[in-house]
Design a protein around this ligand. Structure first.
Ligand code: GAR
Length: 218
């Protein structure tokens, strides 16, 4: 895609937005050929909204009306996205479950990052659960979003060792630091046309991606 217009992104967040910031900085520094056009949160007080505004990015808040009214939320989200017209939707700590209808309409155009080596530890409190289970390795996964929660094809994983004296906070911070590297990298692959979604699966460098790429971090 280089030489063409940058890949247009909308990033959905619920909290601190450190992944959003890492992606936006990678765009601004020219490390990836992409542009963050919109940051949207369902939490009006999400700290990441301030960070996005400080970076000069347009923000939107769509308050979460409760799971029973997810359809209405998604209609509003549809509208917000129709205006921004992103080529890729990036879930970065967005803590709501989107419906199969919403997700399937965007197959191959939505990414998520999850703080575990998927398929291990789907769901919440991954760092705590790894420590409780006495796990020796942990990490994060960037994956395409499908209707199956935390179940879409994984593209890139960061792997870190779990230390004997690790605390949940220490482990979480170490994993998050790797998230800030792998998430922009995958978006860059898409922007450069190295990564694509074809025949319902990811392709990397012209070949179906049979297994995630794994990168070890100290
Ligand atoms: C990230 O660590 C991300 O992996 C996790 O939320 C955090 C958001 O941090 N996502 C999930 O747990 C999704 N199931 P951030 O707001 O600072 O980017």
């Amino acid at each position: 895609m280089s030489g063409q217009d940058p890949l247009r992104l909308a990033i959905l967040i619920s909290g601190r937005g450190s992944n959003m910031t890492a992606i936006a900085r990678a765009c601004a520094d020219g490390r990836i050929h992409a542009r963050v056009d919109l940051v949207l949160s369902e939490r009006p007080g999400a700290a990441g909204l301030d960070s996005a505004r400080a970076l000069g990015i347009e923000t939107r808040t769509l308050a979460w009306p409760g799971a029973a009214e997810r359809e209405r939320f998604e209609r509003d989200l549809d509208e917000a996205l129709a205006t921004a017209r992103p080529q890729l939707i990036v879930l970065a700590g967005f803590m709501r479950i989107l419906s199969p209808r919403f997700v399937e309409a965007r197959a191959g155009r939505m990414l998520n990052i999850h703080p575990s080596l998927l398929p291990d530890y789907r769901g919440l409190h991954t760092h705590r659960r790894v420590l409780e289970a006495g796990g020796r390795v942990h990490g994060a996964s960037v994956h395409f979003v499908t209707a199956e929660l935390d179940g879409g094809p994984v593209i890139l994983q960061s792997r870190v060792a779990v230390w004997p004296d690790d605390t949940e906070d220490a482990l979480s911070a170490r994993v998050q630091a790797t998230e800030h590297i792998i998430y922009p990298r995958v978006i860059g692959w898409l922007a450069d046309g190295r990564l694509a979604w074809r025949d319902d699966r990811p392709w990397l460098d012209g070949k179906p991606l049979a297994a995630p790429v794994v990168e070890d971090f100290p």
